[in-house]
Design a protein around this ligand. Structure first.
Ligand code: LER
Ligand code: MN
Length: 298
């Protein structure tokens, strides 16, 4: 049974900084190390609302297996929004990536990205993320792989524009990919692709490793008008407050530059998936206005 929340949120919906968290959709049956919350999909939505989250970032692998209308309705019934569609589960489920070694698999990866864009449009998600789903240039064994990547993004952006959806390229640390580690590199790529649909997703965990001045990287992306989305994880990928990333300075910069969008928790589910979600919102709500933190007694 889908539960309905009678309580309306006590703070305005137009609060520019909103907080979401990454959860798996029911098609994902493998473990994803950075997804939060336990239970069925509906239970996770209920818990996200009760913890005080504004939205959920959906980690989708196989959109064709999902009923978008049903998922959309469930999310609305829990008074949540979809902050993003993450492509992060596709590789883990199906070993598909844009730059995968097997050349015959690459068109399938592109097709899957287009499906994610369509799914985003159906559930009202503003954007689709491109993080680890891009793979590695080295996997292709092809000197021209970077240009291939640019062409794939051009094609996907053209589709995204038609669907009214954005794409967000996520700089990842050097141990996870060999292409796009920093915001500067992402902005160069964005210029090469030349589409208004492509922007940057800054993940604080990766920025802490790769950016000379992690907090300033938000300003750089915003100045280029391309700061589309943010992932939250501390320097050790634990909930904010458990490492040494300066979230206070980050929020101050975001408010100064007038970022309006989501801060989306995508971090290690420790000590467990529910408590990591609770710890995250507890720390972030001290920095970003919202409802009082409600401790769960379930
Ligand atoms: C991977 O480390 C990550 O941060 C995800 O958002 C990528 O899909
Ligand atoms: Mn991320």
């Amino acid at each position: 049974m889908v539960s309905h929340h009678q309580n309306q949120k006590k703070y305005p919906d137009d609060n520019p900084l909103k907080i979401s968290l990454a959860i798996l959709t029911p098609d994902v049956t493998v473990e994803i190390p950075v997804a939060l919350l336990n239970g069925t999909f509906d239970e996770r939505l209920g818990r996200a609302f009760r913890l005080g989250y504004d939205g959920v970032e959906l980690m989708v692998a196989r959109p064709a297996e999902l009923n978008a209308a049903e998922i959309s309705l469930q999310i609305k019934q829990h008074a949540l929004k979809v902050s993003a569609i993450s492509s992060g589960a596709v590789y883990k489920m199906d070993k598909l990536s844009l730059l995968c070694a097997d050349q015959t698999e690459r068109p399938k990866a592109v097709a899957r990205l287009l499906e994610l864009v369509d799914f985003a449009a159906l559930v009202g998600a503003p954007l689709v993320t491109i993080g680890s789903f891009r793979g590695k240039l080295a996997w292709t064994g092809n000197e021209d792989a970077y240009n291939y990547f640019v062409e794939v993004l051009k094609l996907t952006c053209a589709h995204a524009v038609k669907q009214g959806v954005l794409l967000a390229i996520e700089p990842l640390n050097r141990y996870e990919t060999d292409v796009i580690h920093t915001v500067s590199e992402a902005l160069t790529l964005i210029n090469q692709v030349g589409s208004p649909a492509l922007g940057v997703l800054i993940d604080t965990f990766h920025a802490n490793i790769e950016e000379a001045q992690p907090v300033e990287s938000f300003r750089k992306a915003k100045q280029a008008n391309r700061l589309f989305h943010i992932h939250l994880g501390d320097s050790n990928r634990l909930p904010p407050g458990q490492g040494h990333f300066d979230f206070v300075a980050m929020v101050a910069v975001l408010q100064e530059i007038g970022y309006s969008g989501y801060l989306s928790a995508e971090l290690l589910p420790q000590p467990d998936p529910d408590r990591a979600a609770a710890m995250t919102i507890q720390v972030m709500r001290k920095l970003v206005p919202g409802p009082d933190f409600v401790e769960e007694n379930e």
